[in-house]
Design a protein around this ligand. Structure first.
Ligand code: TYD
Length: 209
C-alpha cells in the first residue's frame, strides 16, 4: 500500500452546468501532478452499476420513489466497496461525477422523500464515507436548461415545470454547501471554463499539500 494519503473529490450540480468539462480538466491536472487518478461517476460507475443505471434511466414505466432511492443507494454501495475505497487505500485521487449529495438533492428535494432519510440511506450504503471535497457547479436552473436545450424558443408548460424541479434541486445543493462549508466549494458556472477550473485547482492544491 502507498504511504500517500488518498483524496476523494465529488463534483455536483444540476444537469447542464458543465460538470464533464471541469472533471476532464481536473483529472488532466491531477495526472500532471503525478497522482494516480481514478475518474468515475454515478449512477453506473461499475459493471453492476451499469445495469442499475439502465433500470433507473432507461426502463419504461414508473419506479416508486423509495425504490428509486434504494437503486441509487445500491449503485453507490457497490461503487464505494469495489472501486472508490480500494483506490483511496492505494493512495489515489478519486474524482466522481455525482455522489450521495445528488441523492439528497434529487430524491429528497424533488421527489418528496425526507432529505434526512435519503442521506441516512446513503450513509448506510457507503459506510459513512464522505468526500474530502465536494465541488458544486452552480447555475440558475433556467440558464442550465437553456444551455442543454439551445432551442432559443420560449419554454412550454412542461419545460417550466422542469425549471421548478431543477431549481428546487439547485437550492438543496446550495443549502447543503452552506451547512458544511469545510467540505464544499461553490463555483459559479456563469464564469468561463478557465475561471471555474482555477478556483477548483486552488482548493484542490490546498488538500494535496
Ligand atoms: P448523470 O449521469 O449525471 O446525467 P447526464 O449524463 O444525463 O448528465 O445522472 C443521471 C441522472 O440521475 C441525473 O438527472 C441526476 C440523477 N441522479 C439522481 O437523481 N440521484 C442520484 O443519486 C444520482 C447519482 C443521480
Amino acid at each position: 500500500m502507498s504511504n500517500q494519503r488518498g483524496l476523494f473529490i465529488s463534483i455536483e450540480g444540476i444537469d447542464g452546468v458543465g460538470k464533464s468539462t471541469q472533471i476532464a480538466h481536473l483529472v488532466e491536472y491531477l495526472a500532471s501532478r503525478g497522482r494516480e487518478t481514478v475518474q468515475t461517476f454515478e449512477p453506473g460507475g461499475t459493471e453492476l452499476g451499469q445495469e442499475i443505471r439502465h433500470l433507473l434511466l432507461h426502463r419504461k414505466g414508473d419506479v416508486a420513489p423509495r425504490a428509486e432511492a434504494l437503486l441509487y443507494a445500491a449503485d453507490r454501495a457497490h461503487h464505494v466497496a469495489t472501486k472508490i475505497r480500494p483506490a483511496l487505500e492505494r493512495g489515489a485521487v478519486v474524482v466522481t461525477d455525482r455522489y450521495l449529495d445528488s441523492s439528497v438533492a434529487y430524491q429528497g428535494a424533488g421527489r418528496a422523500l425526507d432529505s434526512a432519510e435519503v442521506r441516512a440511506l446513503s450513509m448506510f450504503a457507503v459506510e459513512n464515507l464522505l468526500p474530502d471535497l465536494t465541488v458544486l457547479l452552480d447555475l440558475p436552473a433556467e440558464q442550465a436548461l437553456a444551455r442543454r436545450a439551445k432551442t432559443g424558443q420560449e419554454p412550454d408548460r412542461l419545460e417550466r415545470e422542469k425549471v421548478g424541479f431543477f431549481e428546487a434541486v439547485r437550492q438543496a445543493f446550495l443549502s447543503m454547501a452552506e451547512a458544511e462549508p469545510n467540505r464544499w466549494l461553490v463555483v459559479s458556472a456563469s464564469q468561463t471554463v478557465d475561471e471555474m477550473q482555477a478556483q477548483i485547482r486552488a482548493r484542490v492544491n490546498l488538500l494535496l499539500g
